[in-house]
Structures are given as C-alpha cells and as structure tokens.
Design a binder for this molecule. Structure first.
Ligand SMILES: CCCCCCCCCCCCC/C=C/[C@@H](O)[C@H](COP(=O)(O)O)NC(=O)CCCCC
Ligand SMILES: Nc1ncnc2c1ncn2[C@@H]1O[C@H](COP(=O)(O)OP(=O)(O)O)[C@@H](O)[C@H]1O
Ligand SMILES: [Ca+2]
Length: 577
C-alpha cells in the first residue's frame, strides 16, 4: 500500500529560512531569501537517511543532545568529493532544523521515521559483529568502537559484539550457535576474517537445507543473512572491490542503510579435504608461494606481502600443470571487453534472472561432474591447456585492492555467475615483472604474449600425467610424499619442524584452518622458501589468503551465493552529490 507521506513547510537552519519538502522517496530543503527567491536545494533520498533525532544532536566526539522542543536533527549520507582515487568515500552529515512549533516538529519527526520504515525495509536492526583484534595493523577494536559503533547506535541498530580469541571462532560460532534474531553478520578485519564468516554462513545454510557442501555437484543454497565488512585487514580486497574504497565509515554507512550486493563464490574441492570457498583469489604458483612465505613474516603486518612478493619474485619459479576450464557464454561478456562492473551493473542484473529463479539444464551440475572432456551441448566444451606456469589465478570479481586499484581482472563481475581464469606461462623474469607491475597502473596486464585470460564457470587444475598427487586420505602426507622424489632436504625439514596436531588442522573444514598461529611457520619447506636451494616442483593454492597445501583442485562458481551490505562501485562521473 502506498502511503502518502508528503509534508511541506518552512523550517529554519540557523538563521536561514528553508522550504522543506518530504515526499515518500526524498527529503529536500531549499533556501528561501528575504525576497522569497529560492536558492540552493539539498536533496537526500530517504534510503540514505541515517537517523532522525528530537532536539539538536551531535554524535561526535561523543553524543550530546540539546533538547530544544522546536528542533530536530537529521543525519544522512554525503559523498565526499575528496574521496579515494577509485571509489567514493561516504561520510555522514547532519542538519539541525527548527520548526515554528513543537507540534510541527513532532509531525516532521514522525513522518520522517515512517518514511524510513516504509521505504528502507531492508535495513538491519540487529547485527552479530566479529572483531579480529589481530588483523592488519591490529586496529580492529579501535576502528569498531570509535568509528562504527556510534553510527550503529544513531541508526538504532543493536549489535552483539564478539572479539575473537582464536582463528575460526567466528566460523564455528556461525556453524553452531543460535542465529535467530540477527539480520546480518559483520566482520571487522581483512579478507581472511571475511572468509571465515563466509565459510560459516555458507556451511550453516547448507546444513539447514540438508545439502552436502563437499559434493562438487551440489547446487548450493544462497545464504539469507547479509555480510558486512568493516575493513581492518591487510589486503581488504573484498571490501575494496565491492565498495570502491577500504574505509570503515563508508562501509558502516552501507550496512546501516541496508545496501545489498550479491556476490559469486567459487567452491574449491579436493577429494581428501573439506570444501573451501573463495571470492577474491584462488592462486597457484606466484600467489600461493607469496602467501606461504608471508605467513613466516606476519609480524610485519600488511607489509609482509610486499616483502614476500619480492622474495618469491626473485626465486623466479614456474610450475608444470594442466588446466581444464569450462568457458562462460562469450556473448554475455568477456574479460577483455573493458566493461567494468559498477553499481547497478547490467551484466550482473541480467545474470540475476538467469541464476536465481530455477536451475536450468545449462546450470545442471551433471556436466561439471568430471566430464571435463566430453560436454553437453548447452554447456559448451571443456578446454584444456598444459604447460609451465608462473601462476594460475582465478577470481570471481575484479579483486581490486589498494595494491592494485583495478585488480587482478579489471572487467570481472561481482555477481554474474562466472570468474576469470588467468594463466601466466613461464616467461623471462623481466616479462613477469612487467605483468605484475601492470596491476598497479591502468595498463592492460592481459596484453602480453605469455598471458591468457578466460571467463569460466568451472575449472580444474592437475599435475602433468605421471606426476599426479597420491590418492591418499591424508593430504599432508600426500603433499609430502609428492615432494619426496624431488626434495629430500625439504621433507626432512617438514619432519623435524612440523608441529604435532597440524594434521588435525590440515583436515579441518573451512577457512583459517591453515592459518592457525604457527601452523605453517614450521612448514616453510613444504613448499620451500626462497632461501631453499632446491626448487620445488609443486606450489600450493592461495585461497583468499588461506593456504591449501595441495596442487590438484576442482573449482566451480556459484552465482550470487552470498549477499554483502554494499552496492558495488559507484561511478564517480554519474554521481552528482
Ligand atoms: C612490482 C609490483 C608488483 C605488484 C603486484 C600486485 C598484484 C596485486 C594483486 C592483489 C590481488 C589480491 C587478491 C586478494 C587476496 C586476499 O584474499 C589475500 C588475503 O588477504 P588478507 O586476509 O587481508 O591478508 N591477500 C593476498 O593473498 C595478498 C597477495 C599479495 C600479492 C603481492
Ligand atoms: N583472535 C584471533 N587470533 C588469531 N587469528 C585470528 C583471530 N581472529 C581471526 N583470526 C584469523 O586471522 C586470519 C587473518 O585475519 P584478517 O582479519 O584477514 O587479517 P589480515 O588481513 O591481516 O590477514 C584469519 O584467517 C582469521 O581466521
Ligand atoms: Ca563473477
């Protein structure tokens, strides 16, 4: 039912008189001068109002209320022109209005609150918040309490806050505890923390739906609870690529107004370990080695990636393998079409219709099920590429981040049910450096003869014939055995340094299992640090910052499996603030 919420009257802001108008969807106020001429208008969509309070209210540095009974204060989103170089920073503004009478003030506040309820129904009221106190520069707690909590309070959001005491606490909580009453889950931390929350929510949703998530052929059930990310990590890629900046206040405001951004998720399967999910990076070779190396330098904070990147680059490794992939429909989009996924993206919108309503024959998983060489006609043909690779990377989205503002694949889409597979063949070290360096600029990193990129729905990576991984139950043993032929020194290193209990961690399900403090520290030799004289013949996978210590993997994109409190990257040119 459409409620007529129109209200129009003269209000004062300071000494100036304004004509204020509330329609269902907008609040606007226009300055009126002494000769009744109308001047500048400010217009705020109701969906971007944060809150309405009686009296003259300030919230920073602390909340103060001067309860003048003719006054009310409106808080709303403002886009900052001084924003990041890529996306737009959001800030909150407040305007204190004075009315001719208390009755008029009450009418305004009541109409505004009704407009908020009616036209912003998807706003969260109760949130479960996980803070990783050790993520990034270890400022998660401070960021939440000083920048985010006051805004949530102003918006009338109640939150249950858990500061984690161990890796995987958030995931385990989401898998096991009562989640009723919560509208969404917020993680304060980096991509690893997001990954934990995502694993917990996806796992819980499948449990409740009676689906086996480890079965690569199962069509997974999308999650009901939204995820909010308050960036406080090292890479903050998921936040950056879905919001356009890594800024806690901007993210808090997207959460408050209940923005919604669907996100594709890739499931990564190996026969002997539980499923892992990725949204930002599944990387074998360079990115796997950088992550493995970086875990030994965690004390450096976010800089560990730069340091390890340099070390691994200098070791100049490449790895043999065979990649099989199932191409996405080239008529819908391509990784080199230069169409960026921005807020309201038409490619993703079209995909929503294709992905959500009913599983069609073309999405039937049967063709995924190890029929990689034969294919059904609606799916297209599986393609295989063999060779030596510096890296094999896969991302479901652009993966833009402060290190790489356009990302691993600048034209990838957040919610189109596909991902981009980037194959970088063995090349001269300087050529590879050129490839890496192009990630930091607007130069096309795919316009190089040793690089290929494919938009795909699924892919598989295997070792070359004759070098397959053992079909053993225990992946750690498998990985070790695999190296025994080539790397005796490294195997000895593992045996002497690995901790008891690590095997249990290696087979544990979900994110963070390989990142428990110290788990990998003693195991650098499993994949050889650059200091090691031997060159390993296999790498590991970097799954959104978590090490997967095996080579052979089978992956599939699940379109729009989770929803974030975000709206994609706003096109700066299209926004008039
Ligand atoms: C000569 C200049 C070389 C610059 C290379 C730049 C390439 C950067 C691409 C970065 C893609 C990042 C994709 C996101 C990965 C994250 O999931 C993962 C975990 O993040 P967090 O939990 O916050 O620690 N981050 C990484 O794996 C870091 C990769 C950095 C590689 C240099
Ligand atoms: N209290 C904790 N102690 C140790 N590790 C934790 C804790 N809470 C979360 N983690 C783990 O820390 C890892 C890194 O967290 P993240 O917030 O992504 O920081 P960063 O971006 O610096 O890597 C995550 O995989 C998460 O599982
Ligand atoms: Ca995608």
């Amino acid at each position: 039912m459409e409620i007529d919420l129109r209200l129009e009257s003269s209000l004062w802001v300071g000494r100036k008189r304004y004509l204020a108008v509330l329609t269902g969807w907008h609040l606007q106020w226009t300055e009126v001068d002494k000769k009744n001429r109308q001047r500048k208008t400010t217009s705020v969509p109701v969906s971007e109002l944060i809150g309405v309070e009686d009296g003259r209210v300030e919230i920073l540095p602390g909340k103060s209320v001067e309860d003048a009974d003719h006054d009310f204060t409106v808080f709303y989103v403002r886009r900052s022109s001084s924003g990041g170089s890529y996306g737009l920073l959001w800030r909150f503004s407040r305007t204190q209005f004075s009315c001719a009478s208390r009755a008029l003030r009450d009418q305004w506040t009541s109409y505004l609150r009704t407009a908020l309820k009616t036209h912003s129904p998807s706003r969260p009221h109760r949130l479960l918040v996980f803070i990783n106190p050790f993520g990034g520069k270890k400022k998660g707690r401070h960021i939440y309490h000083s920048l985010v909590a006051p805004l949530f309070e102003l918006a009338g959001i109640s939150s249950h806050v858990i500061v984690t005491e161990r890796a995987n606490q958030a995931r385990d909580h989401l898998l096991k505890k009562d989640l009723s009453g919560f509208d969404g889950v917020v993680c304060v931390g980096g991509d690893g923390m997001f990954s934990e929350v995502m694993h917990g929510l996806i796992g819980r949703t499948q449990q409740e739906a009676g689906l086996s998530e480890n079965d690569p052929n199962v069509k997974l059930q999308p999650c009901n609870l939204h995820i909010g990310i308050i960036p406080a990590g090292s890479t903050d890629c998921v936040c950056f690529a879905t919001v356009g900046v890594n800024d806690p206040v901007t993210s808090a405001l997207h959460i408050i107004i209940g923005d919604s951004q669907p996100l594709d998720v890739c499931s990564a399967h190996h026969p002997t370990v539980p499923v892992h999910y990725s949204v930002s990076l599944l990387g074998y070779g360079f990115y796997g080695d950088v992550l493995a190396e970086s875990e030994r330098h965690r004390w450096m904070g976010p800089l560990r990636y730069d340091f390890s990147g340099a070390m691994v680059y200098l070791s100049s490794r490449s790895y043999a393998g065979v990649v099989h992939y199932l191409p996405a429909d080239p008529l819908l989009s391509s990784p080199r079409d230069n169409i960026r996924c921005l807020s309201g993206c038409s490619v993703c919108t079209k995909s929503t219709e294709r992905l959500l309503p009913h599983p069609t024959v073309s999405e039937s998983v049967n063709s995924f099920h190890c029929s990689q060489y034969s294919s059904d006609s609606s799916e297209g043909e599986w393609v295989s590429v063999a060779g030596r690779f510096r890296c094999v990377s896969f991302t479901c989205m652009s993966s833009s981040c402060p290190r790489s503002p356009l990302g691993l694949s600048p034209s990838a889409h957040l919610a189109d049910g596909t991902g981009d597979l980037i194959l970088v063949r063995e090349s001269h070290p300087l050529s590879f450096l050129k490839f890496l360096h192009r990630h930091t600029s607007t130069q096309d990193q795919f316009d190089l003869p040793f690089v290929e990129v494919h938009r795909v729905k699924a892919f598989r990576f295997s070792l070359p014939p004759g070098e397959e991984e053992d079909g053993c139950e225990d992946m750690e043993r498998g990985a070790t055995r695999q190296r025994e032929n080539q790397d005796t020194q490294c195997v000895m290193d593992i045996e002497t340094k690995s901790r008891t209990g690590s095997q249990q961690q290696l087979t544990e399900r979900g994110s963070g299992a390989y990142r428990e403090r110290g788990d990998w520290r003693g195991k650098k030799a499993l994949f050889c640090g650059p200091c090691c004289s031997e060159t390993p013949s296999v790498s590991v996978w970097n799954c959104d910052g978590e090490i997967l210590p095996f080579s052979e993997i089978q992956c599939r994109v699940h379109g729009q499996l989770v929803h974030l409190y975000a709206r994609g990257i706003e096109d700066k040119a299209a926004i008039v603030s």
